[in-house]
Write a protein that binds this ligand. Sequence first.
Ligand code: MN
Ligand code: MN
Length: 463
Amino acid sequence: MYRKNVWSQLSQDEIQQAMAMGDAYRAYLDESKTERECVEASVRLARNEGFISLEEARAQGKLQPGARVYADWMGKSLIAFILGAQPMEKGMNILGAHIDSPRLDIKQNPLYEEESLGYLDTHYYGGIKKYQWVAVPLAMHGVVARKDGSIVKLSIGEKEEDPVFCISDLLVHLSGEQMKKTAAEVIEGETLNVIIGSIPLKGEEKEPVKKALLQLLKDSYQIEEEDFLSAEIEIVPAGKSRDMGLDRSLIAGYGHDDRVCAYPSLKALTDYSGTPERTLCCILTDKEEIGSVGATGMASHFFENVCAELLDAAGQYSELTLRRMLIRSCMLSSDVSAGYDPNFSSVFEKKNAALMGYGVCFNKFTGRGGKGGSNDANAEYIALVRRLMDDAQVCFQTAELGKVDVGGGGTIAYMCSKYGMSVIDAGIPVLSMHAPWEVISRADLYAAYKGYCAFLNCPAMDL
Ligand code: MN
Ligand code: MN
């Protein structure tokens, strides 16, 4: 059960590759502050590597083995494929990850002023420690859909010359009562109000700051107040990711959960050259942080529908073929693992915790309590995955999220395993998961990429 530190296993050449992969990932992460931006960045990456949309491919005729295609759904979820030489009913090798991250969403009626400060009201998305989101620079990303059908894209707070936004915290001098509260109550959900301006409109008696801000929005973005009704504006930490540590071995940034798994999953697929035996697939899905619900989440029929479309475009569709293709598929459901944190060792069981820098991490179980809500990867399947990793000399580890009964979490694994396919959770350890700035190791990113590449050659399971 001896585990190896990835850095100590890598040659000088591989260390350079790990560093370069971290740099490329940072660029992808910095472009991907929201799920929509992540889909755009992923489509760009895929198109650069010869992928075309499923509609474009259909227009060119019947799909042939080796075809590289993708389909997106509402600009928030993306599925990409490389068609295999075998009939698709033999199953696929699937890499899956989610691309939504915890954040603050602007409410539908968000704008107000109090004592000459202009605010946007928010409602948080996903599991956050609310106190972490105050007194830090924030950026505004998203889309506003106007009544006429046109879309305005917003990204404010990322460029050096951009303004940023902020939620104020109570000064420590007056925090006697606040400091006695539990961490869950120190900052309440309705306190997460973002300051966006303070200059009043001259000559206005009523709500002059709000009026001035509306004027600004109209002049700069042609947005009316009522357009907030049909907007998706996300407040996220401002600024680019950063190298962390004197040795630059780590990366600090917003949204590693789960773009740090999405990137190597997509990269492994797009770097695959030639025609594979089995059809290869990469799923980048939305809404995992709130239970994978909704039209763009993994629980929607989007994945299944796209598989049906793919079969049809290749002249192989039947209801039975679709079911066989899904049940005979093998999948790595990649989501971040809780990195073992020596500062908080009491919540971990060290033998079964993910260590930073010890490689891609497989979780047989997720869920909470008696494994409620978990996918449970079959022992036979884990044996196959182990063999693939060892043959490709990939550093890997196994873990549970924390000590038994301390907490828990879910992934998209159980939604894919409902088709009967073989699925295991695989991912990259993260420190400060769901904090505005999370931390990952470049070594783990590199190991995951190598592991995902090896997995794409997964043979069919004996069922
Ligand atoms: Mn996640
Ligand atoms: Mn998460």
